[in-house]
Design a protein. Sequence first.
Length: 157
Amino acid sequence: MDLLAWPGPRLAGWVAKVLDVEGRTPEARRAEVIRDMTSAPGDDYELFLRHLTRSVTWFVLLALVFPATLLLLVPASFLPGGRDGTPFLAILFAASLLTFFALFMACVHLLKALVVNYLLEDRWDGRSRVGRALMLAQTPDVVVALGLAVLVARSLV
């Protein structure tokens, strides 16, 4: 399950600008970002690039989601019931859920990039099941992110 399969290629141009990816054309820079994001890492440097690229992609997605949710909350506050009404609270719940989920995923991938760069330097073994489960599997990250996002969103509503 790759949550960045759809938004990743669409945001690759912005991610390439943030990371200052080398390339002669914008298409070459986008292709480099997509390759870093989706390729199976062979060594610790490729794993670091994978997580750094994914982290920046989640931060770019967060930068798009957060203002959009704020723009939805303003008109929702004028709906019947105001800030205590059901429509506003439903939009607030969804907005906080999306925002926290994107923030958590960005921070998790940044943390994984830092762990690979500083703690696993020259020790990454792509054949290890435990290493692959901890560093490449997204399902545990998504489950924890969704659980925490629901708790945070519920505490705001």
